[in-house]
Design a protein around this ligand. Structure first.
Ligand code: UD1
Ligand code: CA
Length: 458
């Protein structure tokens, strides 16, 4: 809906004192993605790039976590409240020429595009609208005050609420999502004060101000909608993360993915899994990972930013980051695939094998206790147990090439840069410092001598 003429402002400058963490709150993660990612992802289908984000506490960290978005961040140097955050962004909002501004708290990661669409839908009907919820526990949410005709009169923060002044609480509270008509808010924004228990400029004071000026104000009632909860404490973070985890796993199951012990499986929001893939319990899959139909991910496996082709089989207890596992390839149990590890079709990596920036060619095997770093292994090669590519001299990294059909005997050190030729053989226990030619045999180890054993005289 690009012609809705709305710009969004995400309020994300706060410290998140109640999280007790040095990390800015919006960088706290759910399923390995920062809270702010989710708010942006919900806004994106609706508003594309018309989204400004107010950052402040730990601004450098937030910018670093969202590269390429620098020109859509506005810095609130001092965090003087949600109203002040909006004041700081206001010039940038007006510069967009938009008619409406959708403001959303950055600590509301479960919000859905549908909810935001509902909010955007009231544009044209009022000067100010905000979403209200009626949770079982109204906690520290801002209380919605209505007059005897059920018309909105104010939002009063929990700590400022006085029953004698504001009447008995109704349970209806503010979700922290607002739709503002920019021209109507312009004169009000500078009238916000900070005469309250927190000494902060509250965005919520706009409501009473708007009502007092006779503007139209609407509270969009959303009932007990968990997706609109704000996250302020570790407890709330865990509750939201669990809800999201369950929902994502259930969606995959409904889509045809076979998930064993689903209550122990964690799948990140960006991960794609084709129907017919199989995932076993106590498995975590994060980042931009993609799992094809017929791939199997074994138990107790941690995966991020990796791809899995049809028929590949990841056995239990693997740690896989930034790797590419080809069709019918195997890894594990206990394999570690680091960024740039590529397993071509039908290749095999066994227990206690680590690969980094290394390609294992079609049908090649490294079955036990091996390190392949900065290595190119051709097709049909066999890497014996205990093979190490010595890729680092303390300053620079060098490449090891192991050609098609080569056979590396056990306990071999390949000191890079070095090449083992096609169908060449390296004797077990060698330290290879020179290239081995095609079809050659390289042996570099002390010669064995046999002498008579001295026996103790009894
Ligand atoms: C806010 C609302 C409350 C509502 C609740 C919904 C106010 C005054 N209160 O309370 O009515 O029920 O959200 O979840 O708005 N932020 C800034 N700059 C600041 C302060 C905060 O950008 O100076 C950002 C925070 O990073 C956060 C958001 O604004 O993402 C909300 O701030 P927070 O302190 O969490 O407000 P609540 O106390 O939850
Ligand atoms: Ca909050």
């Amino acid at each position: 809906m690009p012609d809705m003429n709305i710009t969004a402002v995400v309020l994300a400058a706060g410290k998140g004192t109640r999280m007790h963490s040095p990390k800015p709150k919006v960088l706290q993660t759910l399923l390995n993605e920062p809270m702010l990612y989710y708010v942006h992802a919900a806004l994106e289908p609706l508003l594309g790039e018309c989204v400004l984000t107010v950052i402040g506490h730990g601004a450098d960290m937030v910018e670093a976590a969202f590269p390429g978005m620098e020109d859509r961040f506005v810095e609130q140097k001092e965090q003087l409240g949600t109203g002040h955050a909006l004041q700081v962004a206001w010039d940038a909002v007006k510069a967009t020429g938009s008619e409406y501004c959708l403001v959303i708290n950055g600590d509301t990661p479960l919000v859905t595009t549908q909810s935001l669409e509902r909010m955007a839908g009231v544009a044209g009907c009022c000067d100010l609208a905000f979403m209200t919820i009626t949770p079982r526990d109204p906690a520290a949410f801002g209380r919605v005050v209505r007059d005897e005709d059920r018309r909105i009169s104010a939002i009063v923060e929990a700590k400022d609420y006085d029953m004698n002044v504001h009447g008995p609480v109704t349970g209806e509270v503010n979700a922290g999502i607002y739709l503002l008509k920019i021209s109507s808010m312009e004169p009000l924004l500078s009238e916000l004060g900070n005469d309250n228990k927190s000494g902060e400029y509250y965005i919520t004071d706009l409501i009473e101000l708007a009502v007092s000026k006779g503007l139209t104000v609407d509270g969009v009632q959303c009932g007990d909608d968990l997706s609109l909860m704000g996250i302020n404490s570790p407890r709330e973070l865990v509750t939201a993360e669990n809800a999201l985890r369950r929902q994502i796993v259930e969606d995959h199951i409904d889509n045809g993915v076979i998930v064993h012990s689903p209550e122990t499986v964690v799948i990140g929001p960006k991960v794609t899994v084709e129907p017919g893939a199989e995932i076993f319990g106590h498995c975590e899959v994060y980042g931009t990972s993609a799992v094809a139909a017929g791939a199997r991910l074994g138990s107790y496996t941690y995966i991020t930013d990796s791809t899995f082709a049809p028929g590949c089989d990841i056995k239990q207890f693997c740690h896989i980051e930034g790797a590419e596992v080809g069709p019918d390839a195997w890894a594990g149990p206990y394999a570690r695939l680091r960024p740039g590890a590529v397993l071509k079709a039908g290749s095999r990596v066994g227990n206690f094998v680590e690969m980094k920036k290394a390609v294992l060619g079609e049908g090649s095997k490294a079955s036990h206790l091996t390190y392949l770093g900065d290595a190119e292994v051709g097709a049909g090669a066999n890497i014996g147990a205990g093979t190490i590519t010595c890729n680092y001299d303390g300053k620079n990294k060098f490449v090891t090439k192991i050609s098609d059909g080569a056979f590396i005997g056990s306990n071999t050190a390949l000191v890079a840069p070095v090449t083992v030729g096609e169908n060449a053989l390296v004797g077990a226990g060698s330290t290879i410092t020179k290239d081995v030619p095609d079809e050659g045999t390289g042996i570099a180890r002390g010669k064995q001598i046999n002498i008579k054993r001295r026996m103790k005289k009894s």
